[in-house]
Design a protein around this ligand. Structure first.
Ligand code: KIV
Length: 276
């Protein structure tokens, strides 16, 4: 049985070994990604990816806990992080602690992730100093889609200073790692050089200390969603579509089930006494 990675393992990777991170929302996918990943994130992207929601805003604490428990059952090696959903931590440090402690206790995750920079620094400090390790997330923070007016790159031109300040604030507050989402490459590179905690890029830079993708995106399972920052390593939706169409044809043409799929007709079944 392999040893579960700790926050110390993640910290020492800074500037050395690139950290491999993916999302997972279910036990079977957690089992698939675990041997290959350093961090597995139960992202609130689950709302869009598995539940068909239009954004992450409708994701609840109960959904995160349910998927967190499922992922926990599939992990042995990777450090598990669970996203705090919109509305579960922004009121202040006490609300954040109460909900994060529940997430940790009920899912068995090692840390939580929350979105926001300077404005969340006090909360991150409160949590981190009370036994709740925090992964921070700045740049494009999808829970702020309505404030941003879309899913645009953040930190272009003069706006770079704002994202840099956010990164410095969360690192200073005690976050153990920082997700940088959809920021200009040069800015992600500068932030990675400036802060002492590992940066995990998504649409950011190869210079980040690690990379994360939504697993369904890189497996080609999520329909026509093809943002620039996603590399599709396979096309599982296409393969599944072909298989489902073949099944439908077989059923309509009475080619499935075959004699090998039914009971009581084969010598082997009769020998096994399997007559059901
Ligand atoms: O919810 C999520 O999946 C995320 C990652 C894409 C970073 O926040």
């Amino acid at each position: 049985m392999s040893k579960t990675l700790t926050l110390a393992n993640i910290a020492v990777a800074k500037g050395k070994t690139p950290l491999v991170c993916l999302t997972a929302y279910t036990t079977p996918v957690a089992r698939l990604v675990d041997p290959h990943c350093d961090i597995v994130l139960v992202g609130d992207s689950v709302g869009m990816v598995l539940h068909g929601l239009p954004s992450t805003l409708g994701v609840t604490l109960e959904m995160m806990i349910l998927h967190g428990k499922a992922v926990r059952r599939g992990l042995e090696r990777a450090l598990m992080v669970v996203d705090m959903p919109f509305g579960s931590y922004e009121e202040g440090p006490e609300q954040a602690f109460c909900n994060a402690a529940r997430v940790m206790a009920e899912t068995g995750c090692a840390a939580v992730k929350l979105e926001g920079g300077e404005v969340m620094a006090e909360t991150i400090q409160f949590l981190a100093s009370r036994g709740v390790p925090v992964m921070a997330h700045v740049g494009l923070t999808p829970q702020a889609v309505n404030s941003f007016g879309g899913y645009r790159v953040q930190g272009k031109g003069e706006d770079a200073d704002r994202v840099m300040r956010d990164a410095l604030a969360v690192a200073e507050a005690g976050a153990f790692a920082l997700v940088l989402e959809k920021v200009p490459e040069t800015l992600a590179r500068r932030i990675t050089e400036e802060i002492t905690i590992p940066t995990i890029g998504i649409g950011a830079s190869p210079a980040c200390d690690g990379q994360i993708l939504v697993v369904d995106d890189m497996l080609g399972l999520f329909g026509d969603f093809r943002p620039k920052f996603v590399k599709r390593y396979t096309e599982l939706a296409q393969a599944a579509e072909t298989a489902i169409a073949a099944y439908a044809r077989d059923v309509r043409e009475r080619r499935f089930p075959g004699i090998e799929h039914v009971f009581g007709h084969t010598t082997k079944d009769i020998e096994r006494g399997d007559q059901t």
